[in-house]
Design a protein around this ligand. Structure first.
Ligand code: 5GP
Ligand code: MN
Length: 320
């Protein structure tokens, strides 16, 4: 447990840093914490800055979105939070700010996180970092803006409440968020399900060209640079492809990758529970959760697949 007020009451400059290529939970949790602290310190002189690579426009309805510092302006921070960040390299340009702060506080839910701060709260069982934060928020400082941001984070990291990481506590927190006045359906539709025509096209292409192997227990799909350029799409537009691969009947592990540079791929893995993909991602310098993890790997598409399948086989068919 962390007492957010005790940790911040003497601080004038507070920083909140999320991970590179921020997803819905990262954006939601960073902005939830900012909005909450601003409610706590309404009339007091404090600056709370969120540092993030520019998040997708779809999240612009969240309070504080326009004030995000994507330039990572160097300031001497009294307290700096790392939020939803599983390892120091995932802080990107925020690393220096975090390391030079007088006090650093790490709040996260990644099983691979060993604790990055002076104070650490890591709950691998939580659906999202937004959920972890919600357990620290006092009702008197909650409002619809904080609730919206927490809701967004939980929705995104749980696949709209679908994954096994949703516990009774997660649902109870979501239940309490329903007391605040905001359009939940619109958030789910507009930020999770809505796709542009081009996004749907690249999803369709990737599914069509996907390969099924290891007796149907593994599926893989990839997008190369040329295809991304052709559709004029970036990495953020590829969210959700790996989840569609995962629901293929019979599949234990789904692998999706896109080309970062020649012979370098960003890999996303999803498991249906039998394989711990965080363990595999960690072997290749990445991390994540048992059922959802990622890493960056070198080589051709087939090199990467071979290296990953060797590890998946070890878990699915352990030598007796
Ligand atoms: P995604 O596949 O959606 O990008 O990520 C799934 C999970 O794995 C997320 O929780 C994310 O934080 C984690 N993850 C993805 N890529 C990396 C990586 O390169 N390094 C680490 N440490 N974690 C990653
Ligand atoms: Mn998260």
């Amino acid at each position: 447990m962390i007492d957010l007020i005790r940790e911040t009451e003497k601080a004038g400059e507070i920083g909140i840093i999320g991970h590179i290529r921020p997803d819905g939970d990262c954006v939601g949790s960073c902005l939830a914490l900012k909005a909450y602290l601003e409610n706590v310190y309404k009339d007091r002189e404090k600056r709370v800055t969120v540092y993030l690579e520019k998040p997708a426009e779809i999240f612009s309805y969240l309070k504080g979105y326009d004030e995000i510092d994507s330039e990572y302006t160097i300031r001497k921070l009294d307290v700096c939070f790392s939020i939803d960040v599983s390892s120091l390299d995932r802080l990107g340009e925020g690393l220096r700010l975090f390391q030079e702060a007088d006090r650093s506080i790490c709040i996260d839910h990644h099983i691979s996180n060993n604790g990055l701060g002076d104070v650490n709260l890591i709950e691998p069982g939580a659906s999202s970092t937004s959920e972890v934060l919600a357990t620290l928020f006092l009702d008197e400082y909650m409002d619809a803006e904080v609730a919206k941001a927490v809701f967004t984070g939980i929705v995104h990291d749980s696949g709209v409440f679908q994954y096994s990481c949703m516990s009774r506590r997660s649902f109870e927190i979501v239940g309490k968020l329903c007391d605040y006045d905001f359009d939940r359906t619109e958030i789910i539709d507009e930020t999770f399900y809505r796709k542009s025509y081009a996004q749907n096209q690249i999803l369709g292409r990737t599914l069509m060209e996907s390969i099924l192997f290891m007796n149907g227990r593994c599926i893989a799909g990839a997008v190369n640079r040329k295809t991304m350029d052709f559709y004029n799409l970036g990495p953020k537009d590829l969210d959700g492809i790996v989840n569609q691969l995962r629901v293929t009947r019979g599949v234990e592990v789904a692998i999706f990758m896109y080309e970062l540079h020649s012979l370098e791929y960003k890999v996303s893995m999803r498991s249906n529970g039998r394989v711990d993909v965080a363990k595999i991602a960690e072997l290749f310098g990445g991390g994540g959760h048992v059922r959802a993890a990622g890493c960056t790997m070198n080589g051709t598409y087939y090199d990467v697949l071979n290296n990953l399948s060797a590890q998946i086989v070890k878990q699915l068919d352990p030598v007796q």
